[in-house]
Design a protein around this ligand. Structure first.
Ligand code: HEC
Length: 241
């Protein structure tokens, strides 16, 4: 009940400093894939929740001004990352006084973030389209809250599901071969056939083709991208190139 009062009215939000809505709607395949994830017990070994221990500030130079040598010399004497807001302001003032231009960036920190599992903590909005929400509680494998950012190639996901060791040599993840069909190659090979390394390939004359469930699961994994700043979990995104 308390949870429903606190979170029952969560709706789509907007990405900070942008007009984009978040989270985007999932495709039909990805929505079905969530159920495949559930049916196969993926949440027994994987979490979908990034923790954050706090935020720090980083001072980032955006222009060296008229006396770049002085700014460079000054920067060499300063700590620019892992700062409190007050310390960052003080450092920014010193650099500005020397003629440099700076921005102060908000940088979430924590062990999950150090692992590369996300850029900020997970928030309620991340799960808006999840029914059921599958946070998981055991990390036999990596957190998957951002696997769509980390491994955005559907073919990689399919190879990994069929034979985890074909892409991550020492993987201890079980294979999900039954989400695929091994079939005789017809007149022409199927365009969907997996391109497996020889050690994992089907016997000569046979090919491995994903069933719809495998395709849906891969689409779901690619939809896991909780990497934008939102009001409850702000950070400064890297500048667009
Ligand atoms: C018995 C535990 C176990 C189960 C069940 C399991 N996994 Fe894994 N998973 C692992 C381990 C261990 C790894 C790390 C080794 C690797 O990358 O293959 C992993 C890695 C992964 C990765 C790569 C993560 C990365 O950061 O590179 C993905 C994606 C993944 N699993 C998806 C799934 C999906 C989808 C399911 C359900 C169909 C599933 N796993 C079921 C243990 C498991």
């Amino acid at each position: 009940m308390a949870a429903s009062i606190q979170l029952g009215s969560v709706t789509q939000t907007t990405v900070l400093n942008s007009s984009d809505v978040y989270p985007p709607q999932r495709t039909g395949d990805a929505t079905l894939g969530l159920q495949v994830y559930r049916a196969n017990g993926c949440a027994a070994c994987h979490t979908e929740q990034v923790r954050q221990e706090g935020v720090t500030c980083a001072v980032v130079l955006t222009g060296a001004g008229k006396n770049p040598q002085a700014v460079t010399n000054l920067l060499a004497t300063l700590t620019l990352t892992g700062l409190t807001k007050e310390a960052a302001d003080a450092v920014a003032d010193q650099i500005t006084a020397a003629g440099g231009k700076v921005e102060i960036h908000i940088v979430p920190v924590g062990t999950d973030i150090d692992h590369g599992w996300g850029v900020r903590r997970s928030v309620a909005e991340d799960y808006l389209h999840d029914y059921p929400v599958q946070l998981g509680s055991l990390r036999a494998g990596p957190d998957l809250a951002n696997i769509g950012v980390r491994a955005p190639d559907a073919n990689w996901q399919l190879l990994h599901l069929y034979a985890p060791q074909s892409v991550t040599g020492t993987s201890r993840m079980p294979s999900f071969k039954y989400l695929f069909t091994v079939q005789k190659v017809g007149a022409t090979p199927s365009p969907d056939a997996l391109n497996l390394p020889a050690a994992f390939a089907a016997p000569a004359g046979f090919e491995v083709v994903p069933k719809p469930e495998a395709r849906q699961l891969a689409a779901y994994l690619l939809s896991l991208r909780a990497n934008v700043p939102v009001y409850d979990a702000p950070f400064t995104p890297p500048a667009q190139p």
